[in-house]
Design a protein around this ligand. Structure first.
Ligand code: ADP
Ligand code: MG
Length: 445
């Protein structure tokens, strides 16, 4: 049994501290601490939500703790910290849910109905983050907290965030979930400031069990809102409530205060990478299937080879193809794809350009032999083609003039001279400029 003494002592300590700290800090850091039944005049057993609350308490109040609580032989407060996770669950629901107030109308979670785990295609680039998201959804507040998902545009961050939202709503019905974009959070705050209802808003956010925040990068340069966000964040996390955040960059690259960056790094930081070719094909086939479109695998590979940095664009491709097929009754063939999608296609990832490639391309286009280009012939056509090859080599290869010269068996000043000559020529010769552009494309794509 918790002795009255221990309980009273803790109460007195809290009263003392309450007068010396801000209400927010008090509510976020001290209120979540519970005195456990076994505490007595010799030792205190405190249940804390996480290691940060313990650190906060000891860093800020060690001296005061020594005045109020029992002290051990080395003069330290005699406290045993127990993390909430180590204790048996108090109820079957993974989180102690806050009683729901009559505001279910405000409590409107906007989740995209197609962003669910079961239609998120897994591949090596997103396997880790997907399992982390599913882990969170299964046991909100009890695995990684916060989960911070970052990665480029159109790679499925919002999809996973909403996936967590759907799963929690369906499997942990008692939990209060809110999914918001950072913009919406800021707008909400502005509205509430205007209506002098910030306290209501604070109460609302702090009563959530799971908070899903999309695109935190929009909090950058919004100084006034950073603090309120950080307070909400601390309040929730210290009550063991789950937070998931998405961002286009990792926490350390966000221009936000050190305090908030550190908080975001507390839990698990997971990266969504670019999907590899097989995953892109699987995504294409999945999206096509949803639209009732049949794409031969060869064609799916062809599309996936050319659209590789953004899943949203893969979806765009499918939508366009599907419209063509529906409206014009076409079959999906490589030709149709070439005609309808070529402007969506991205230039291939740059391969390392070699002198041999350049020579081959120039030789083909200007109808000379590679051996002529390497030789010393001074006929007009060959000399021009050779100079073009040197010009392209300087432009496309990350090599010094000396190295390029050596590959051509020439001095670096010959290369420089060739470059200047071609630069001059293309100023006035449009046809030559176009030929060179064609050649360049042929080399890099
Ligand atoms: P982000 O938030 O990272 O910019 P989104 O989550 O909005 O990207 O994803 C863009 C689109 O691509 C969405 O329609 C989403 O459903 C889809 N998408 C992204 N990754 C996948 C995936 N692995 N499987 C299925 N669809 C995906
Ligand atoms: Mg997004």
């Amino acid at each position: 049994m918790l002795t009255c003494n221990a309980r009273d002592t803790w109460k007195q300590f809290l009263e003392y501290v309450r007068k010396r700290t801000s209400l927010t800090a008090y509510e976020n850091w001290l209120v979540p601490i519970q005195v456990l039944d076994v505490s007595n005049g010799e030792k205190f057993f405190l249940e804390v939500p996480n290691v940060f609350v313990k650190a906060y308490l000891l860093d800020n109040y060690k001296k005061d703790l020594c005045s109020f609580l029992p002290v051990d032989a080395s003069g330290e407060p005699s406290i045993e910290f127990i993390y909430a996770e180590q204790l048996p669950k108090k109820q079957s629901s993974p989180l102690p849910s806050t009683p729901i107030q009559e505001e279910s109308d405000v409590f409107d979670v906007k989740l995209n109905s197609s962003y669910r785990f079961d239609n998120f295609i897994e591949g090596t680039s997103n396997q880790f983050v997907k399992s982390a998201a599913m882990g969170i959804a299964n046991r909100p507040g009890r695995s990684y907290n916060p989960l911070f998902i970052h990665g480029g545009v159109g790679l499925g961050k919002t999809h996973l965030l909403h996936g967590i939202g759907h799963f929690v709503r369906e499997n942990h019905k008692k939990l209060r979930v809110q999914c918001i974009t950072t913009e919406a959070f800021i707008n909400d705050l502005v509205d509430n400031l205007r209506n002098k209802s910030v306290d209501k808003m604070k109460k609302f956010y702090r009563s959530l069990d799971v908070l899903l925040v999309d695109d935190i990068q929009f909090l950058q340069n919004r100084l006034n809102f950073e603090e309120e966000f950080c307070n909400t964040f601390e309040s929730l996390i210290n009550q063991g409530k789950q937070i998931v955040i998405t961002s286009d960059k990792p926490p350390s690259q966000l221009k936000l205060s050190e305090r908030i960056v550190a908080r975001m790094e507390w839990g698990l930081v997971a990266h969504v990478g670019l999907p590899d070719l097989e995953t892109r094909v699987a995504i294409l086939q999945h999206k096509a299937g949803q639209k009732g479109l049949t794409i031969p695998n060869r064609v799916a590979f062809y599309i996936a080879e050319h659209i590789y940095s953004n899943v949203r664009q893969l979806e765009g491709a499918i939508n366009r193809l599907s419209a063509h097929c529906r409206l014009l009754g076409h079959e999906v063939t490589e030709e149709l794809v070439e005609n309808t999608l070529s402007e969506l296609f991205q230039p291939g990832p740059k391969q390392k350009v070699s002198v041999e490639n350049i020579l081959k391309s120039v030789a083909t286009l200007f109808q000379v032999r590679v051996s002529d280009l390497k030789g010393t012939s001074r006929t007009k056509e060959i000399a021009l083609a050779r100079q073009i090859a040197m010009f392209l080599a300087k432009e496309l290869m990350q090599e010094s003039l000396m190295m390029i010269g050596a590959s051509f068996g020439k001095t670096h000043s010959t290369i420089l001279h060739a470059c200047k000559t071609i630069e001059e020529k293309i100023k006035s010769d449009e046809a030559l400029k176009r030929q060179i552009a064609l050649c360049r494309r042929n080399i890099v794509e």
